[in-house]
Design a protein around this ligand. Sequence first.
Ligand code: FAD
Length: 265
Amino acid sequence: MDLAVESLRAARTRSDLHLAPGERYLAGGTWWFSEPQPGVTGLVDLTTLGWEPAERAGDGLRIAATCTVEQLGAHAPDPAWTAWPLVGACVDALLMSFKVQAQATVGGNVALGLPAGAMTSLLAALDAVAVVWTPDGGERREAVADLVVGPGVTTLAPGEVLRAFDVPAHALRSRAAVRQISLTAVGRSASLVVARQDADGTVTLTVTAATPHPVQHRFAAMPTSVQVDGVLTGLEWYDDLHGAPDWRRAVTTLLAHEVLAELAA
Ligand SMILES: Cc1cc2nc3c(=O)[nH]c(=O)nc-3n(C[C@H](O)[C@H](O)[C@H](O)COP(=O)(O)OP(=O)(O)OC[C@H]3O[C@@H](n4cnc5c(N)ncnc54)[C@H](O)[C@@H]3O)c2cc1C
C-alpha cells in the first residue's frame, strides 16, 4: 500500500515522541501499510525505543507495547502461571499469517481497538493494566478492558503512547478456559469468551469480538446458568460481515456456558 508519507523518524528517547502535525506512531506497521491513510504525512517508529518485549514485574508480567504477537507467543512462562495457555489461544485467534504475527505488536493491536483484537481479548481477560505515557511527560494507568471503548475507538488521546501492559499475578495463576468462533473457517473472531477462576474463588467472564468493546462480569463464586444468562441478556452485540448480532448472541451464550462448565468440572 502506498502512503503519502514524507518522513519517518526512529524514536530513541521519550522526547522523540512529540508528534508534529500529520505524524502518527508506527509499531509493526501491519495496519498502517494495509489500507490508505489520508492525512498521514509522517511516521514515528516506536520499535526503535528498545523496550524489553516481556519481563517479570514482581510476581506478574510486564509486556511492552512493542512486543510482537510472535514474541509473546514464544515467551517462556513461569510454571505457576496456569492461565498461560490463554496466550497461545489468543495468538491463534488472530487472523494473521506468520509474517504478520512477526511484525504486529501487542500495543498496535490494542491501540486499533478492533473488536476482533485478540491481544485486547487476552489482556482484558487477564485484568491487565495499560501503562500510558501522556504528552506532558506523565503516565496514567487504565484497565485494558476499559481502554477499548468501541470499534476502532480507545480512550487514548492524541500524543498518548501505550508503553506497556502489566498483567497481575493473581490472573496469571488463575484457572482459565477459552472458546473462540468465526463465521467462516479462516475468518476473524466473531466471539471470544474467557472464564477465569482466581485462588479466592472469584470467577471472571470476559466477552470480546462479539461485542463492540470488551465486556467483563465478576461473580463471587461459580455462577449458575441463570446468572450467566442474566448478564448476557441486554448486551449490545456487534454487527459486521463477520457475524450478525443475533448469531453472535447465540454463540456467545453457548461459549460462555462451555467455559464455565469447563472450570466447574
Ligand atoms: C492479514 C492481516 C490480518 C489481520 N487480522 C487481524 C485480526 O484478526 N484482528 C485484529 O484486531 N487485527 C488484525 N489485523 C490488523 C493489525 O495488523 C493488527 O491489529 C496488529 O496487531 C496491529 O499492530 P501493529 O504493530 O502492526 O500496528 P501499526 O500498524 O503499526 O499501528 C496500528 C495503530 O496503532 C497505533 N499504535 C501502535 N502502537 C502504539 C502504541 N504503543 N501507542 C499508541 N498507539 C500505537 C498506530 O499509531 C496505529 O494507529 C490484521 C492485519 C493483517 C494485515
